[in-house]
Ligand binder design. Structure first.
Ligand code: ARG
Length: 462
């Protein structure tokens, strides 16, 4: 066999070394080896079942493929750049070892359906791993919520004091977002878990194969209905990275919150030293670099999504070599999100809330203003009028540097005659929280109930 060209076809000259290094992908796609071998074993099994190869030939192929897999796993397999990609490296090794029997494996198969298959098998595992990591982060959030069950924090809009809320309510907001992230991946899996094998190069085969057999063996839900579609689309890749982009966006927001909360000005969180870094010049520094990097790595994942979308835009049907460029954004986004999720879960588990600092600021910024306006509404004042009255009281209190509750009842009555002594049951952050009633609010009974529901959700979810 010509060492330079495993697949000869009509080409009479060996490929130039520049072309080889430009076109090769094995340096990247070697990571698909387990899936490639799994797919080849299923393919050989199907070929034997359809009597295209003998049972004995199948056994020799399967045995040798497993041997090759072991060698790749232990690092003793020698990859050859001139064999372009992982698919040809494995197939060529097989033929080298078992001759003509090995050459039969590629019957009724093309690298076009093979690579689409490998990617789908790889992606199924990634979805499973990422979902597990999302649950791990949810667990960390729920645990922290449990540890801080009664802590009241200021809620922000526009990064200005808005309304008070329970810290577990804040933490569980992210648990809810992550649950939707898991739902998106689960939905994405439905479209990933369809077998493209059998499409061959683009139109299928004249040989009497049975794609249902390979689909069943590989645990797919169904088989692609159109061979052209099976080999030419990468929409499942775009969808997967789009799911990862949303996850990454959520992570960047929790990171941003906590970066601000770790500042001297806020001092709400104390991230364990083992999850912080120092400065090479300023000895006093304790920087939240992990949070900053998770926030920063979001840009990579968005970049990967844009790369894939751009890669596929305007590509004529069916397979084009451009599509080889899908691997790097896929691997990069999956690796990145897994690292971020795992690190963030650990960081959440190693972060304490500094309630002494939080308590100091919840008395500031009129966090009870909306509850105060709603008190007036309950006394029959139209909301817009109530809003104006409380606005006036805010101005008066700001001038005096005091809170609402620090004004006397007489002084408060100057603003509205409906104000009675019971106003002191609605003012102050604790009263605000206690008096919340609407479903999904930060009311203690709702938050505690949801926390318990979350404990059940995550304990049943691996
Ligand atoms: N390495 C290629 C890829 O990842 C495999 C498919 C090649 N097919 C072809 N007809 N050249 O896309």
């Amino acid at each position: 066999m010509d060492k330079k060209r495993f697949v000869e076809g009509r080409l009479k000259k060996s490929t130039s070394s520049d072309v080889l290094s430009f076109t090769e992908s094995v340096s990247i796609d070697w990571r698909l080896y387990k899936y490639d071998i799994k797919g080849s074993i299923a393919h050989a099994t199907m070929l034997a079942k359809c009597q295209i190869i003998t049972d004995n030939e199948r056994d020799i192929i399967v045995r040798t493929l497993k041997k090759i897999e072991d060698e790749i796993s232990d690092g003793s397999f020698e990859f050859k750049t001139e064999l372009e990609d992982i698919h040809m490296n494995i197939e060529s090794a097989l033929s080298e070892r078992i001759g003509d029997v090995g050459k039969k494996l590629h019957t009724a198969r093309s690298r076009n359906d093979q690579v689409a298959l490998d990617l789908r098998l790889w992606m199924r595992d990634q979805i499973n791993d990422i979902s597990g990591l999302l649950t791990r982060l949810q667990k960390a959030l729920v645990l922290s919520g449990r540890d801080n069950i009664d802590v009241i924090i200021p809620g922000f809009t526009h990064l200005q004091h808005a309304q008070p809320l329970l810290l577990p309510h804040y933490l569980l907001a992210y648990a809810e977002m992550i649950e939707r992230d898991k739902g998106r991946l689960k939905d994405c899996l439905k479209r990933v878990n369809v077998s493209p094998l059998g499409a061959c190069a683009m139109t299928g085969t004249t040989l009497a194969t049975d794609p249902m057999v390979t689909a069943d063996l590989l645990g797919f839900d169904s088989v692609c209905h159109n061979s052209l579609d099976a080999v030419s689309d990468r929409d499942f890749c775009v969808e997967f990275v789009s799911c990862l982009s949303v996850i990454s966006m959520h992570l960047s927001r929790i990171c941003e919150d906590w970066i601000i909360w770790a500042s001297e000005e806020f001092g709400f969180v104390d991230i364990d030293d083992s999850y912080c870094t120092g400065s090479s010049i300023m000895p006093q520094k304790k920087n939240p670099d992990c949070l900053e990097l998770i926030r920063g790595k979001c840009s990579r994942i968005y970049g990967d999504l844009v790369s894939l979308l751009t890669l596929m835009k305007g590509l004529p049907l069916a397979y084009n070599r451009d599509m080889q460029e899908d691997k790097e954004p896929l691997f990069n986004s999956s690796d990145t999100i897994k690292n971020c999720l795992s690190l963030l879960a650990d960081l959440v588990n190693n972060t304490k809330f500094r309630t002494e600092n939080i308590n100091k600021v919840t008395t500031k910024g009129f966090l009870d203003a909306t509850a105060f306006a709603e008190y007036l509404v309950q006394k029959g004042v139209p909301f817009r009028d109530a809003h104006k009255i409380i606005g006036d009281i805010v101005v008066a209190c700001s001038d005096l540097s005091c809170s609402f509750a620090e004004l006397s009842l007489e002084r408060l009555k100057d603003f509205s005659h409906v104000i009675e002594a019971d106003v002191f049951d609605v003012l102050g952050t604790e009263n605000c929280i206690k008096n919340l009633k609407s479903y999904g609010s930060s009311a203690p009974e709702f938050v505690k109930k949801r926390l318990m529901e979350w404990e059940n959700i995550i304990s049943s979810d691996n």
